[in-house]
Design a protein around this ligand. Structure first.
Ligand code: ATR
Length: 278
């Protein structure tokens, strides 16, 4: 009976109303004619473990995780991929047939795929990266840049201690830059990434000057609302190639969809439009 039921997946968070993932996965399900469902699941913190453990029995193949569960899941997962343990968080869970929980983090690969799609000639190995911010997204991006061969990753954050912790965690190729020196640290950078919330609707813009950046550098923002942030507008005016934050959101979703619904989905303009209009 279970095998005949439509496959289910979803996103677990608390609160959950803000997630764009249901629009994203539902677009793919319709597009590929898959008779499955992707559901937003608001689970309270006290019910998180029992809630997750119940999902395989209800027909769920897996779930995405969002705030506040990306770190919590690691301690209850039965298997954790190397990249998720290195990042210290997971955003994608697959349930095995026996109900065991496999946790992965696809944010870093989503970042790399998004950059490669927008700038096919870009190579992490071609020069130093500057990562602005030291939160969860920064951990995934730093990890991806190092894995992809960045010779140096400079990190800067308003709260100094968090950047220092990341520098220590990721080791040798990391350089901590004081927040007040961020503009200077653009000098010689090959890749510049804003991982902070600055520039998002309702937040102040990221006002740090990009004038010291080489015009050959790539500027990436993880903010996607709005798509064109003040940071990207100024970077483009200075001659840099820019990549907006929507691509990372879309590309990080690919491995989960493939593992739950057995079809590798495409990231294209129709998907961008579907998610933007959700
Ligand atoms: P995410 O998982 O999206 O990375 P997060 O872990 O809350 O979210 O991290 C948010 C990042 O945005 C942090 O680097 C944060 O800086 P602090 O560590 O100093 O809090 C940064 N950020 C948020 N608001 C900021 C502001 N007004 N000025 C500078 N940095 C800000």
């Amino acid at each position: 009976m279970t095998d005949e039921a439509p496959p289910l997946a979803g996103v677990v968070g608390w609160p959950i109303a803000q997630s764009r993932s249901p629009a994203l996965h539902t677009h793919w399900l319709k597009r590929y004619g898959i008779s499955g469902y992707y559901i937003p699941l608001g689970i309270r913190p006290q019910d998180f473990e029992s809630g997750i453990r119940a999902l395989p029995k209800l027909g769920f193949k897996g779930v995405n995780l969002t705030i506040p569960y990306k770190e919590t899941i690691l301690s209850m997962a039965d298997g954790v991929t190397d990249r998720a343990s290195l990042i210290g968080a997971a955003n994608t869970v697959t349930f095995r047939a026996d109900g065991s929980i496999q946790a992965d983090n696809t944010d870093g690969i989503g970042f790399l795929q998004s950059v490669r799609a927008a700038a096919p000639d870009w190579q992490a190995a071609d020069g130093p990266a500057l990562v602005i911010g030291a939160g969860g997204a920064a951990r995934a991006i730093v990890s991806a840049l190092l894995t992809a061969g960045a010779p140096e990753v400079r990190i800067t954050n308003r709260t100094r201690q968090k950047a220092e912790m990341l520098t220590e965690h990721f080791g040798g190729r990391m350089t901590h830059i004081d927040w007040s020196k961020t503009a200077t640290a653009m000098d010689g950078a090959h890749t510049i990434v804003n991982t902070t919330a600055l520039g998002m609707i309702g937040k102040p813009p990221l006002t740090i000057s990009v004038d010291a950046a080489p015009t050959t550098a790539l500027a990436v923002d993880i903010v996607y609302n709005p798509l064109d942030t003040d940071f990207l507008i100024r970077a483009r005016a200075h001659g840099l190639t820019t990549v907006d934050g929507l691509g990372m959101l879309l590309h990080q979703a690919v491995p989960g969809f493939e593992s739950w619904f057995n079809h590798r989905p495409d990231v294209d303009d129709a998907l961008r439009q579907a998610v933007l209009s959700a």
